[in-house]
Design a binder for this molecule. Structure first.
Ligand code: C2E
Ligand code: CA
Ligand code: CA
Ligand code: CA
Length: 275
């Protein structure tokens, strides 16, 4: 009826206006947040399934917003991507990690994994920027790993860029594997180094469901294609045992450690390598 549609239409218009306004101001906030160093990194250890030791960490960004408090990346990363702010934000994240790890003693071969949005690769002189990152990390005894989310990997330009990263000796992981649409064709056309299986597949372990067979298939395929396989979102010992028995190389999840602030990570690493 007429009144109902008027209410619906008005509601929609108000919602669109509201989200325009908030998105606009959030993008502005991101810009000033980078300048004011409101962003920081938390680090989640990545565990070798075979010996149980941490072989690196994944850097995950957090935002301490002056009014809103702690904001999750799920909320602001899409806005940063839309507002062309993901490039300065990612560059800031690289610099932040370099500072964080500058005086840290790590095991040889220790890796920091960074999440990098595809837009990042559209910058000019992207190669020299990655050479800078690689060399700066090398000076402090750390190697980078670049994680790229699969559903966004597709354009030929980005593929070429990723290939040149690998030529620079930087390893590239396909992130959230299994959640995109082009999974198999991508594996064929574009060889990468690491494959991170999305948490939603890890959750199926112990359930006799179709998706638990999908998990087995992904692991088998990864081995055949010589990928280093990482499982994310490992929460139970049952999951860890299952994945280890299937020769998954690395495990990451709350079972081992949550993402930690730098000071906590330092304590955690000391404690972890004592044994
Ligand atoms: P992701 O790359 O898939 O990161 C894994 C997410 O799972 C992280 O959420 C992590 O805190 C969470 N997680 C890890 N282990 C467990 C577990 O055992 N159980 C559960 N329930 N969750 C677990 P977070 O930190 O909120 O990040 C969300 C997403 O935001 C990331 O997903 C990534 O896509 C994006 N993101 C985070 N940091 C960055 C960044 O620096 N740059 C970019 N471009 N994206 C980022
Ligand atoms: Ca990731
Ligand atoms: Ca992931
Ligand atoms: Ca995920």
């Amino acid at each position: 009826s007429l009144p109902v549609s008027i209410v619906l239409i008005t509601g929609t218009i108000l919602f669109v206006l509201y989200s325009r306004v908030t998105r606009h101001s959030l993008a502005d906030d991101i810009r000033s947040g980078i300048e004011n160093e409101e962003f920081f990194l938390v680090y989640q250890p990545v565990i070798c399934a075979e010996d149980g030791k941490a072989k690196g960490v994944e850097a995950l960004v957090r935002w301490q917003h002056p009014q809103m408090g702690l904001v999750r990346p799920d909320l602001f990363i899409p806005i940063a991507e839309e507002g062309k702010l993901i490039v300065p934000l990612t560059n800031y994240i690289f610099e932040r990690a370099l500072k964080d790890f500058a005086d840290m003693k790590v095991e040889p071969g220790f890796r920091i994994a960074f999440n990098v949005a595809p837009e990042h690769f559209t910058q000019d002189d992207i190669e020299s920027k990655f050479i800078h990152l690689r060399d700066s990390l090398e000076r402090i005894g750390v190697k980078p790993l670049i994680e790229i989310t699969e559903r966004q990997l597709l354009t030929p330009d980005i593929c070429q860029c990723i290939e040149s990263l690998r030529q620079l000796g930087i390893l590239v992981a396909i992130d959230d594997f299994g959640t995109g649409q082009t999974t198999l064709s991508l594996l064929q056309t574009m060889p990468l180094d690491y494959l991170k299986i999305d948490k939603c597949f890890i959750d199926t372990i112990g359930q006799d469901s179709v998706t638990s067979h999908v998990l087995d298939t992904i692991i088998e395929l990864s081995h055949k294609m010589n990928y280093v396989v990482v499982a994310e979102g490992v929460e139970t010992q049952e999951q860890a045992d299952y994945l280890t028995s299937r020769q998954v190389h690395f495990l990451q999840g709350y079972l081992f450690a949550k993402p930690m602030k730098l000071a906590d990570l330092k304590l955690w690493l000391v404690e972890h390598f004592k044994h």
